[in-house]
Ligand binder design. Sequence first.
Ligand code: GLC
Length: 628
Amino acid sequence: MTKKAEIKEPEKNTFRQRLKDNMDELKWLYMELYHDENAFKYFISMIRKNYRERKVSLRKTDVERSRSNGWYHHSEMLGMMMYTEAFGGTLNGVREKIPYIKECGVNYLHLMPLLDSPEGKSDGGYAVADFRKVRPDLGTMEDLEKLSAACRKNDIMLCFDFVLNHTSDEHEWAKAARAGDPVARSRYFFYDNWDIPDQYNSTMPQVFPETAPGNFTYFEDCNQIVMTTFYPFQWDLNYANPMVFNDMVDNLLYLANKGIDVFRLDAVPYIWKQLGTNCRNLPEVHKIVRMFKIVCEIVCPGVLLLGEVVMEPKEVVPYFGTPEKPECDILYNVTTMCTIWHTLATHDVRLLKYQVDQMKDLPKSCVFQNYIRCHDDIGWGLDYSYLGRFGIQETSHKKYLNDWFTGKWPGSPSRGELYNDSAALGDARLCGTSASLCGIESALQNNDGEVLNKALSADIMLHAFMFTLSGIPVIYSGDEIGMLNDYTYHDNYAKKDDSRFIHRGKFDWDLAEKRHEPGSLSCALYSQLLRLTKIRKENPVFHSGAYMYSFDTGNNSILGVIREYKGQKLLGLFNFSDQWLRTVIENNDWEDLTYKDSFYIKGEYPQTEYWLEPYGFRWLLAGDIHNK
Ligand code: GLC
């Protein structure tokens, strides 16, 4: 880039200045891990090269975003996650469907992995063979750039998976390693015998105990044992090697320069391995994530990091880092997600209430990605020490939840399938779409109107609760129109052993067509979600920085929460049971404010007593509110 073409940035926001500001910490972290001056020199020249290659328009956005602190904290954020092939066929197909995405109110689009990944050994795209090539059946890098430009034009941020823990065994590094190249082998974990793998195995839990048992795989052709924590075709990268870190940062910046706004750091807790540990969430992981963040702050400060930390609650929050030294900008609210389903199956809100209050003291810079369903299974990572107070035991409770959601439990309308049902561990997880888990599928099959109404209400109520939480709500594509489980994966040799494909079906455009037809199921769901979306976007009380806490509704099946933000107040009531329930609100603070409106009963006067229908909810807004 010539001097002439360089854009004028305010003094403090130049690459040079940003590098200077962050150099000490960056170098400190780097040298602590790698002790290698030359590698560091190369690293700095590599990030500079990427900055030079960054388009002027993207640099401008970077500066604008970094000027407005918390530009992704506002209540207008709404996300949707989807598979390119399922939704639009190709990247160009997705681009053509932007009007639908906008109609849903979505301004944050997460496209599931779409880089080159070998068919039949791809783990849904999470085995990347080339970080700089789009999967040919989905399009090209140019198509990705066109899509990101179209999204930008429509004020939609694009989120993209960055699979950093491993590569596909068909990545050029892996192929060279397999062929015996020692430099390539040093990028992975290669062993001649089982001595060290056995030592690792003695402390390292398994990720896929049933679908891909073990953490290592023996490859006969090269007579080597390779660390493969996930599937045997996903080879773990060795981040103790600075070459791996340098090249992966280079790959991330290359993609950032294609216009990606948010990187989902896939399986990030696993990236550092240490004998004698469980190889998860080690301190080095945090150093590496912090370095990724610093690099983004220097090269592309408008780019955000979303951490995929599907771990027990105490391990999740540290990935935000501190307000002074942030790591991830956004984290999945995985604990709340699985607690929501637990609450639906037990009709008991106590754990959810407890969790709402635990989150209230987190710094406001912590933004969660809230969701009900995503492309993965639901693992029952609940707070069992809290549940123990009510006599709930982990193993039997997991079994209960799985029985409930697979419809085995008497009276359960749910239709899900187990995932990694390991008899040895008694630790099966669960798959299914929101609609099928809520009971819509079985109600339709049995032609049972009463169950259908309840299931529909439950589905809407769960979304309403997700919209009430602080952070960015993300809808799983298809949930907005009530898509059911897709059982066709049973007949696909490459998918049949992985029940997560039950909720990764092709988007049903016929069902979507009906979303405006009153009386149709998709309309019933879609119109309500749209209405909630509109209220959420128009009212700053949903801002991530709002103060949110629970209150006692006097009923263990009704969750009561309050949000407060800049003169607005929201009171939310959520009935997690299948019965009509009554609650009395005795909240003095609430009565101080002029009551204006509520979600369903517009114009109704304030009252202290509420009757909530099965799985019903209320949003009561006070203060300066909007609900046109
Ligand atoms: C993440 C993805 C999951 C994938 C795994 C391995 O957890 O969400 O789908 O199987 O990483 O890459």
